[in-house]
Design a protein around this ligand. Structure first.
Ligand code: BDR
Ligand code: CA
Length: 326
């Protein structure tokens, strides 16, 4: 039976210089028969919400998929945090390649869509979150019993035993809105956390990515245009030559092929008050610390190792080959 999912995402393919990775993850989901996508919800992160919404709508429309898209509101979960993350909503100067759509003020919005879909498909729904967790925290405010309806969240989030990628302590998706992440990890919904520990093990060759542009289909040209700056962003070309890290696509793959990774159970707490550590995912792996286990009941399974070749194969077949043959 297909796994029913909602994808919560901050897609930037379509905004010049934006991270194209979320859209690859969405395409991977679209081309995976193991999944049924009930909706896509967009959140402030890589780009402001109206851009993420426009980018998601463009992707769905160009690929002729009948998938509802709902947007969250600008801003973080906690208004005080918003002041400190202002730059996230200030990326208005970036050039928008595909049309910037108006947000329908009457639409139900992402958190309400998540709640209603979860209630309708109670016990038969998973979330895949590949951006900050603002919408999910707001959905928990609408229905505090949401954990009864959602089986699992597979999330690209955090850094368990390695450095962060925004600060030494924090990974972007958690750092962007730590209060929302804290609420979600404490919600009772089981989490499969896909942290930088495994994302940084992935290496996808740029020759394969460059194949997309060999297809003259306008959508492939659009994707290649989005990928080019990404290939150039790392000044160390020797690293780029070894291949690029895929974060969101790995999380997506682990939703339907969990055996590609190895996990350890942990209780994950989110640092929200640290001077240097805001957004850190503090993982207690249920191992005794000086004879004491602080949180014996885990809230997450944390991916710590991954079959990179197995993942690359799936990504190539379902994303690159799909685009090359469009
Ligand atoms: C995460 O941050 C975003 O830029 C990527 O899309 C990914 O979700 C990696 O830290
Ligand atoms: Ca993302």
């Amino acid at each position: 039976m297909n796994k029913k999912i909602i994808i919560d995402t901050d897609p930037a393919m379509g905004t010049k210089g934006g991270d194209p990775e979320d859209c690859f993850a969405i395409m991977l989901a679209m081309n995976s028969p193991e999944l049924e996508i009930l909706g896509i919800t967009t959140v402030q992160g890589n780009v402001p919400v109206e851009r993420g919404y426009s980018n998601a709508k463009y992707l769905v429309t160009e690929l002729n998929r009948d998938i509802p898209v709902h947007t969250g509101k600008p801003g973080t979960y906690d208004q005080d945090r918003n002041e400190r993350r202002k730059w996230l909503s200030q990326r208005q100067e970036m050039e928008q390649i595909n049309p910037l759509l108006d947000i329908d003020e009457d639409s139900k919005g992402a958190p309400k869509f998540i709640v209603e879909t979860a209630q309708e498909h109670s016990g038969d729904l998973e979330l895949v979150t590949i951006g900050p967790l603002t919408n999910i925290a707001q959905a928990l405010d609408i229905d505090p019993a949401l954990s009864k309806h959602i089986n699992k969240i597979t999330m690209m989030a955090g850094a368990a035993t390695v450095q962060g990628n925004v600060t030494p302590a924090a990974e972007f998706n958690v750092w962007a809105d730590p209060e929302s992440a804290s609420k979600v990890f404490n919600s009772g919904i089981p989490v499969r956390m896909v942290p930088l520990d495994v994302c940084h093990k992935t290496r996808f060759g740029r020759e394969d990515l460059n194949k997309i542009g060999t297809n003259d289909h306008p959508f492939c040209k659009f994707v290649q245009e989005a990928v080019d700056p990404w290939l150039k962003i790392n000044p160390n070309q020797a690293i780029v030559d070894q291949g690029l890290h895929l974060y969101d696509s790995l999380a997506m793959a682990l939703c339907f092929m969990p055996d590609l990774a190895e996990y350890k159970n942990a209780f994950v707490s989110i640092e929200t008050k640290g001077e240097y550590t805001d957004g850190e995912t503090v993982c207690e792996f249920n191992e005794s610390i000086m004879g004491q286990i602080f949180k014996p009941k885990p809230n997450s399974e944390v991916a710590l190792d991954v079959d990179v070749e197995g993942f690359n194969k799936i990504f190539k077949e379902r994303v690159i080959d799909f685009l090359v043959n469009l």
